[in-house]
Design a protein around this ligand. Sequence first.
Ligand SMILES: *Cc1c(COP(=O)(O)O)cnc(C)c1O
Length: 386
Amino acid sequence: MDQQLQQEGYFGEFGGSFVPPELQEVLSYLSEQFYKFRDDPDFKEELSYYLREYVGRENPLTYAERLTKAWGGPKIYLKREDLNHTGAHKINNAIGQILLAKRMGAKRIIAETGAGQHGVATATACAMFNMECVIYMGAEDTRRQALNVFRMELLGATVVPVHKGQGRLKDAVDEALGDLVRNYKNTFYLLGSAVGPHPFPTMVKHFQAIISEESKRQIIEKEGRLPDAVVACVGGGSNAIGAFAHYIDEPSVRLIGVEPDQAPTLTEGVPSIIHGFKCLVLLDEEGQPKKTYSIAAGLDYPGIGPEHSDLKVKGRAEYAAVSNEEVLEAFQELSRTEGIIPALESAHAVAYAKKLSSTMSKDQIIIVNLSGRGDKDVEQVYQMLK
Ligand SMILES: *Cc1c(COP(=O)(O)O)cnc(C)c1O
């Protein structure tokens, strides 16, 4: 890897690429291709075509009038990633990476998935672009998420249950990386969040930055000024980094990431290397990545994207944790007041926005990134409330 790319893979002390040499070779080539196509006018035009015609962008920045009234503080705007095709932000990244894969001549896409959401987004994009699709999933997860396995199969993907190790996400990632090293000539590894070794965090941010590119333009059209705060939930950190991207250089805008209080990576993590990159990680007493648990499957990850780690250490972004009770209340309150059932992940951002709004004034503005819709979570919430 040349020195320049090496530097570009770092966010302060975080990020980088800590992988075996044979994988490094594949990643260095990927990185080179990404930088080559990222600013290519044909590539940009193709991407914006599919984002418009297939994903349904741009999506609205909705003024939540009743919620604003109920909370009695700043104006609340919702960035509606829930309205994208497949119901969340993940498709932005899946389409971007698949277009890159196509340019690179790949015929086969592989991905890992935990709860299945990234697997479904990937299988969707593969169906659209007629790519062979193989999804690695921990055997334990395939049992718990049988319906998502069926969704991926309906979309034409092959789901490979991974029995090694504990049969969980980490084992699925290892299998997918092994596949990539063996088959890199025709295979592209489509990673689902702003994590992993370089160039993945940079690439995923690039494809998710459309969220704040739109919201910034929209808030200026509607209010004639920037928001005072942008709030987003963080799992690996992709919807949050996309929602923050175009405000990072606007110091008047507070950037706030929200995590479950049972997986408080950014509030309690320490610098460490996990899955081939350096970030803040939750460790147990033995120094191993902690087993996390969240009612929102998409937030259940012991690490966090390297750029968030750096934004936190530099103090440019703030990170807060909310409890399950607060999340469940926010899930119901948004449904009742706005007629929008949020994903449990997104309900974390709503829950924190409520607390934040009580510290702000009526002439201020908060943008909440609604990363996804809650249809997938309705049955689970029903069981929890019963
Ligand atoms: C996967 C997912 C998340 C968490 O992933 P990030 O990479 O942190 O964005 C959040 N919200 C929804 C709806 C998801 O599907």
